[in-house]
Design a binder for this molecule. Structure first.
Ligand code: DQA
Length: 144
């Protein structure tokens, strides 16, 4: 059976394409999600994509991933830097998680240098734009 991967995107990532293209690129979230589904299919992975601007909704989806998905790829957006709730949800379900950021958060403002998700992630990819999601899928295809 194909391994199932949940790809989550957090707040403001629905604005990709319009939002700060110099930082986040010109691809829309729909482009990235299509790319993730196609890349997953090539790797024998079944990819489901969701986006929310609401912290609690992301927490609920992480909880519900237990038994439904084999791993999660998440770009938590600004919640990376603030959300103990998302950190705790990943600890609770104990699923492999790859954290992705389009931009290199370490070359940006100091408040972006800490992520609450990184300590519960299998790996972290940042600064490589939409390619980061592809790399995360490749890593999980090998790992699972
Ligand atoms: C981001 C980086 C975060 O600091 C920011 O709040 C985002 C996007 C990224 O993909 O580079 O919303 O996660």
């Amino acid at each position: 059976m194909a391994k199932r991967i949940l790809v989550l995107n957090g707040p403001n990532l629905n604005m990709l394409g319009i939002r700060e293209p110099g930082t986040y690129g010109s691809r829309t979230l729909a482009d990235i999600e299509t790319m993730a589904v196609d890349e997953g299919a090539k790797l024998g992975l079944e990819v489901t994509c969701r986006q929310s601007n609401i912290e609690g909704e992301l927490v609920t989806w992480i909880q519900q991933a237990l038994g439904q998905f084999d791993a999660v790829i998440i770009n938590p957006g600004a919640y990376s830097h603030t959300s103990i709730a998302i950190h705790d949800a990943f600890r609770a379900v104990n699923l492999p998680v790859v954290e992705v950021h389009l931009s290199n958060i370490y070359t940006r403002e100091p408040f972006r240098h800490h992520s609450y998700v990184s300590p519960v992630a299998l790996g972290v990819i940042c600064g490589l734009g939409a390619t980061g999601y592809k790399l995360a899928l490749h890593a999980l295809a090998e790992k699972l």
